[in-house]
Design a protein around this ligand. Structure first.
Ligand code: NAD
Length: 434
């Protein structure tokens, strides 16, 4: 490796903490900054507040080697840095009442602007500021303007990591995208990733920014397509697993992201697809395909609710919900399908008893949290699987039959042992089988 770089990372969430810990692991000197003082204090003693495979170990390694530090002061964090990574949230904009709806697709760039302003006050001349947050076209210019520093270069470097495999995705990315008007700065950023041997695409900032939205929109489209094909399979009596196996063997399609489910969610796909629809509309293009993808996803949540309603009268029913995270391998419940479905069940008068191995609290809902899957099923008329955790695949079916008040399973991930459930007298519904 060339001489280690001095790197500052602003924002220590899923992206920033992974970025900081991985760069420290690769031998660089890293300071992570966050405005959340409590988080900084916890991280400084190796207490990682998020569930992400391998991340706690890398944070501990970085603290032990002295290559990773956490501070709450941006000035202190960035003043010696050669590279400053911006990894702050870019959530949907809300109106004054806090609703995202009236401003659908608009992106709240206040955290990015505020971080850039702070960085501009303290960063040294010649440094490169690298934006990893997902942002609409034009945001590289916005960062440069907020910094107000002609001696500092801004580069877009969208992040493609997936929660649940963030560390390995960062260390071994499929590709690295760098958008810059200054080729020299782009090459310097590319060098930080050369050990990964990933193809590197150096382009202009607008293209880099658009490519991140395009990637998420494509994946969301693939998932909505799978769920709509599953609906067709149910209607015509076909088996979605075999249909998707046929599709997955086609090299032009590929087998990744080809699994039916309760609908897609998470902190990125919903906001990023909506932002792309909006960005396109503002530029004069009606992105009707992507609007359809979003509508199909909302419909998928309803389809899951309807499957539960088909076996039990929702008013007064107790539903055991297995899974709250938006997918297995993370504790992130932001825009989780589980929460969207739970809200609809609650609105129809059901009681929801939920269990997720990685989620210990959910705020702002009437979901009752149980200590394990069996406790969630106690007295329930329907067991509903929404997150594909491995432990739900091997539940003791006899035990479930003993604690539930009626024997109904709606498996929105198609992961349970259908034969064992049927043997024990359960009614078993899943996605995409007639
Ligand atoms: P996050 O909410 O997990 O973390 C953001 C962190 O930034 C928080 O700790 C917050 O306290 C901190 N912060 C906010 N304002 C700050 C400021 N002015 N100065 C310093 N710290 C500040 O967010 P995330 O999931 O890591 O996402 C960050 C960005 O990366 C977003 O634009 C997101 O769309 C994008 N992204 C996320 C993922 C993902 O899987 N989570 C993947 C790729 C890209």
């Amino acid at each position: 490796m060339d001489a280690p770089a001095k790197i500052a990372v602003v924002g220590t969430g899923y992206v920033g903490l992974t970025t900081g810990a991985c760069f420290a692991h690769l031998g660089h000197q890293v300071v992570c900054v966050d405005i959340d003082i409590d988080k900084v204090q916890r991280l400084s003693v190796g207490d990682v507040p998020i569930f992400e495979a391998g991340l706690a170990e890398l944070v501990e390694e970085g603290l032990n080697t002295g290559r990773l530090a956490f501070v709450a002061n941006t000035g202190v964090g960035v003043r010696d840095a050669d590279f400053v990574y911006l990894c702050v949230p870019t959530p949907p904009s809300t109106d004054r009442e806090g609703n995202a709806d009236s401003s659908a697709g608009l992106v709240d760039l206040r955290a990015l602007e505020s971080a850039a302003r702070e960085v501009g006050l303290h960063v040294r001349a010649g440094a490169v500021v690298v934006n990893k947050s997902t942002v609409p076209v034009g945001s590289a210019r916005l960062v440069a303007k907020a910094m107000g520093r002609s001696d500092v270069t801004v580069v877009s470097n969208p992040e493609f990591l997936r929660e649940g495999s963030a560390v390995s995705d960062f260390l071994f990315p499929d590709r690295v995208v760098i958008g810059a008007t200054d080729r020299g700065a782009a090459q310097r950023v590319a060098k930080l990733h050369q050990r990964s041997a990933a193809p590197t695409i150096i382009t202009d900032p607008a293209t880099a920014e658009t490519s991140k939205y395009a990637a998420n929109a494509f994946l969301a489209t693939k998932l909505s397509f799978v769920n709509t094909i599953a609906a067709v399979c149910e209607a015509v009596g076909a088996n979605v697993a075999d249909v998707l196996s046929v599709l997955g063997h086609d090299k032009r399609i590929g087998s990744e992201c080809l699994t039916p489910g309760p609908g897609w969610g998470g902190s990125c796909f919903p906001k990023d697809t909506q932002a792309l629809v909006r960005m396109a509309a503002d530029a004069g293009y009606d992105y009707s395909l992507l609007r359809g993808v979003l509508a199909a996803n909302d419909e998928q949540f309803n389809r899951v609710v309807n499957k539960v309603a088909a076996v039990v009268d929702l008013a007064g029913a107790t539903i055991a919900m297995l899974g709250l995270a938006f997918k297995a391998g993370t504790d992130d419940t932001r825009n989780s399908p589980a929460l969207a479905i739970a809200e609809r069940l609650l609105a129809a008068g059901a009681r929801v008893q939920a269990y997720d191995p990685a989620v210990t609290r959910v705020e702002g809902t009437n979901i009752a949290l149980a200590r394990d899957a069996y406790a969630a099923c106690e007295g329930a008329e329907v067991l509903l699987v929404v997150t594909e955790w491995d432990e739900f695949k091997t539940l003791d079916v006899a035990h479930l039959a003993g604690v539930m008040s009626a024997l109904n399973v709606v498996d929105a991930r198609n992961i349970m042992d259908a034969e064992a459930l049927l043997r024990h007298g359960f009614d078993y519904q899943c996605i995409g089988r007639g």
